[in-house]
Design a protein around this ligand. Sequence first.
Ligand SMILES: [Zn+2]
Length: 405
Amino acid sequence: MQKFLGNNSNIMKQKNRALILNMIKDESGISRAELSKRTGLSRGGITPIINELLSMGLIVETGVSVTDSGRRPITLELNASGCHAIAVDWTRKNYTAAIVDFTGRIVTREQYWFVENDTLDHILNRLKETIGNLLYQSKAKRMAGIGVVAPGPLDIYTGVILSPSNFWGWLNIPIKQILEDTFHLPVFLDNNANAYALAEKNYGRGREYHNFIYMVVDEGIGAGIIIDDRLYRGKGGFGSEIGHISINMDGPKCECGNNGCIEVYATIPQIMRHVNNYAELGMPSSYLTGIRSHRLINWNDILYGLQIGDSVCLNIIRKEAVYLGNILVTLTNVFEPEAIFIGSDIASAGKHLLDPIKEYLHDRTVTKKIHKTDLFLSNLEHASLIGGAMLVIQNFIDRGSYDMI
Ligand SMILES: [Zn+2]
């Protein structure tokens, strides 16, 4: 942790405020003495900053914590209602907008499912209306901004959703500019894998780790990579596109220009395409053949098949585990993470996916004899929305300059 020595300059004050507020966010219930120890700031230097944060309503004093010396200092936490963010999760099927409080809890949310004739203009107008309604109804104080989560590729710096695949043909959407012009609030944009990683890092089991990879598998395959407690973004925000790691250089062409990318084999639509084609040839599963005789097999059918022990469904997920295990071995060898989280739709396959991946990883990584990488299915509810809000809240805290309410 970087330490700042206190002095009277404004910039130093802002840095110290941000340092302390970040620490209270990361370690809810920390005491003044502990803050002083961790930051290297004197007790005398800490007191006015804490008083300021208390009077601004950004933190609250809570309970007591018992120390070895027997003293019982008052502890500090973020004030849930001290600051809010709007989060928007824009997927290929719907959008959800929510108001999220300073501690990452969803206060209220609204969802809209796209229908066949929806135009981009209609969706954008509807989204603006939804955000306006949320703001009006909640009357949340200190609204720090809007965090939008959308499928990539996107440009996080200009705030433009570029050209996601299967995104109703919508291209180059300047969502940051559109929402900033309407609401006069700072707007941030990022992809869902980064949002999931941020949510896990701040509110999930990811808090226990400084370095981890969060892999998302749904209509696409992506990752959010946390290095030294921060999201790794690369030069232009396009880092961690793990869906375009090739597992077969002679394989089918991917839309990125490479051949045999993992996305060509292991997204959920690819699994379903494979299963449905196979079913037409008459697979040895009366369960799946029965479904296929009157409609297409869907992902929920596979999940149910796992529950009832259908051998074809079990095999499909075992094969998927090999695909994902393959790239996770590569990523583990490159980054040596402490943990890997697997999230989004694929996580519903549960232990049928997790156990074989675990075995694969533990057999094949370079570090297998030195230490094992922890592996989890992520089960944070509304992780995209919480991650979207974190884009805003982290920026707000890091500014170090906070207005009175
Ligand atoms: Zn590719």
